[in-house]
Each structure stands twice: as structure tokens, then as C-alpha cells.
Design a protein around this ligand. Structure first.
Ligand code: GAR
Length: 210
């Protein structure tokens, strides 16, 4: 079946959403490998509990980004991965990695891109006074947090929000959005033309409730 690799650095709640999506049959694929650059990432426990192969590839044990990324590539290719999902993976990837997986590398980001690329995006959204924020699933290109957008979800920013309140509200939407975007890719329904993603409709009668 279609094989997915997931890269994480932390809690792995998005990974969990993908695990659940695979388990329920919503995503017609299997997660072949989960890699974390941090040995203590809770997402590794989630993966092990789901019986998924895990690897720790700690960037600190490599001399520079390129040997680190070569090791990631080796592990993912050995696992026969056809799609790489970044799910709270907190290392910037260089063109070496991005080019290797171009068109089969996707990321979820907790803002409505192109607004608020980078880090601390919830606090920056609050500070900017925007009334809505959300999350974005996009193809990864060489520029950070850019690349053709597959799907977005919107949440309100409330006057009383602290960054963590907004982060939590966005995360709830991430857990709906990411499995759906991955499903679209796995089903071959995402087509990129002139840097815009076109979504083909599901076969008649095959659409499932989100
Ligand atoms: C998520 O909000 C994800 O969008 C964000 O980190 C969190 C990971 O949570 N990713 C980035 O900021 C990428 N630069 P999780 O580990 O529970 O999925």
C-alpha cells in the first residue's frame, strides 16, 4: 500500500491525527516510518503504541545540516516512503532535502500562510490584531513556509486570547485538516499548476464525511 513517512520534533498530536486517519481507513495508506530529531519527543511513544517503526535522527550528532539530511533521506528511502509529512518538525530543511522530495513533501503550519511564516506565529497574530488565524497544509519548497497551498482552516482570534489559547484552537483544526490533505494527496487528487494546487473531486459516491 501507499507508504507515508512522518517527521516530528515534539508532542506529535498531528501525527496522532494521521495515525487515527489511517486506522479508520480515511487515509488509504500506511505510516511506514516516524522520525524524530529529538529522542524525548512524545510523538515517538504515540508511534510505538500504534506499532509504527520509529527512528531518532538527532541533528546535534551531525556536523552540519547536510549529513543530517542525508541520514533522513537514507532512512525515508529505505522505508520506501512515497510521501513525507512534516508534523511539528522544527528543523529548517535545506534545498538538499527539499529537492529530493519535491512534490511529495508537505507541511502543516499554524497560521494562514503567507501571513505569519516562521516562529511564534500565534503571538505574532495576536500582536498584529488580526481577527482570524488558522492553519495551512502546503507543499514544501525551498523558501521556508512557502509553497503551493493544499488546504487551510480558519479560526477566530478572541480579544482574551493568550498565545496558548489561540494555539489550542488552531491545533483542533490542524487535526481535521492534515488527515484530509494527506488523503487528497494519497488519492492522487492534488495537482500543482503554476504553483497553485488544484483539487480533483472525489469519485462520485466515494466522498466520506470529514
Ligand atoms: C503544530 O501546531 C504545528 O502546526 C506546528 O507545531 C505544532 C506541533 O504540534 N508546526 C510548526 O510550527 C512548524 N514550523 P504536534 O507536535 O502536537 O503535532
Amino acid at each position: 500500500s501507499f507508504r507515508i513517512g512522518v517527521l516530528i520534533s515534539g508532542s506529535g498530536s498531528n501525527l496522532q491525527a494521521l495515525i487515527d486517519g489511517v486506522k479508520s481507513g480515511f487515509i488509504p495508506a500506511e505510516i511506514a516510518l516516524v522520525i524524530s530529531n529529538k529522542a524525548d519527543a512524545y510523538g515517538l511513544t504515540r508511534a510505538r503504541e500504534a506499532g509504527i517503526e520509529t527512528r531518532v535522527v538527532d541533528h546535534k550528532t551531525f556536523e552540519g545540516r547536510s549529513p543530517f539530511e542525508h541520514e533522513l533521506i537514507r532512512a525515508l528511502d529505505d522505508a520506501g516512503v512515497e510521501l513525507v509529512c512534516l508534523a511539528g518538525f522544527m528543523r529548517v530543511l535545506t534545498p538538499l532535502f527539499v529537492r529530493h522530495y519535491l512534490g511529495r513533501l508537505i507541511n502543516i503550519h499554524p497560521s494562514l500562510l503567507p501571513a505569519f511564516a516562521g516562529l511564534h506565529v500565534q503571538q505574532r497574530a495576536i500582536d498584529a490584531g488580526v481577527r482570524f488565524s488558522g492553519c495551512t497544509v502546503h507543499f514544501v519548497e525551498e523558501e521556508v513556509d512557502a509553497g503551493p497551498i493544499i488546504a487551510q482552516a480558519v479560526v477566530p482570534v478572541l480579544p482574551s486570547d493568550r498565545a496558548e489559547d489561540l494555539a489550542k484552537r488552531i491545533l483542533t483544526q490542524e487535526h481535521r485538516l492534515y488527515p484530509w490533505a494527506v488523503k487528497l494527496f494519497v488519492e492522487g487528487r492534488t495537482q500543482v499548476k503554476e504553483r497553485v494546487v488544484h483539487i480533483q473531486p472525489a469519485q462520485w459516491g466515494a466522498e466520506q464525511a470529514l
